[in-house]
Design a protein around this ligand. Structure first.
Ligand SMILES: [Zn+2]
Length: 230
């Protein structure tokens, strides 16, 4: 996927474009279009955080820090996991499950929800199954999830506070979706996991051999509790 360099600094990659490594794994414009690994592309203005990341990245590549992570695109355990973007789970998820780089396709999304049968999460799972050999899908939500009790009304209030005009909010409410519902949280965690398992398990084009299971992880201890799904 090529990006428009003039927009790259503020827009980065389209959310949920789901390209993964099933295609275009090489030759892609570096994330944010800032510079490639060799630093040859002129750098755009970046935040101090991103500047520090870029500095680390250059040292990482130069010292061949990547060597211990090398693997291929096929998940060794034929496993895909849908989990939450929560920062508490960034390393905890893999550590608590005994997984390492190369073992599983990990799809991170707020609330670990497969919210739409034809959304980017579901598309990623179909790619994982049909193109990359995945046979097991785990939906892993977690306790005290930030996405659980989100209110569409409160988020709209926060959008206004952050400078989004009423005109733009009104525009979003006329884009063919229930905007406030789309922003809202999922409520009951186990019920949300059941809904996601149901979407994947009963998807019309999901191959029948794939096993789909649901869990809730303790955000502190990493303990995994299976959710009973009918
Ligand atoms: Zn969460």
């Amino acid at each position: 996927m090529q990006e428009n360099p003039s927009k790259a600094a503020t827009e980065s990659k389209t959310p949920g474009d789901g390209q993964d490594d099933a295609s275009h794994a090489t030759g892609r414009t570096p994330a944010c279009g800032v510079s490639d690994a060799t630093g040859r592309t002129p750098a755009r203005s970046v935040s101090p955080t991103v500047a520090t990341i870029l500095e680390h990245n250059a040292a990482f590549v130069a010292s061949k820090g990547y060597e211990r992570y090398q693997t291929d695109k096929y998940p060794e355990k034929k496993l895909a996991i849908v989990s939450c973007m929560d920062t508490r789970l960034t390393e905890l998820l893999l550590a608590a499950l005994g997984l390492k780089n190369g073992d599983a396709k990990i799809i991170k999304v707020a609330g670990a929800e497969v919210a739409h049968p034809f959304g980017s999460v579901m598309r990623s799972l179909l790619i994982a199954v049909c193109e990359l050999g995945v046979e097991d899908v785990m939906i892993v939500a977690h306790t005290n999830c930030g996405a659980q009790h989100m209110s569409g009304e409160e988020m709209v209030h926060d959008m206004r506070r952050l400078g989004v005009s009423d005109e733009r909010i009104s525009l979003a409410r006329h884009c063919g979706i229930d905007f406030d519902r789309w922003l809202a949280g999922f409520g009951d965690t186990e019920e949300s996991v059941r809904r996601s398992v149901d979407v994947v398990r009963n998807h019309p084009v999901m191959p029948p051999h794939v096993r789909i299971t649901g869990f809730v992880m303790d955000s502190v201890t990493g303990e995994l509790v299976q959710v009973t799904c009918p």
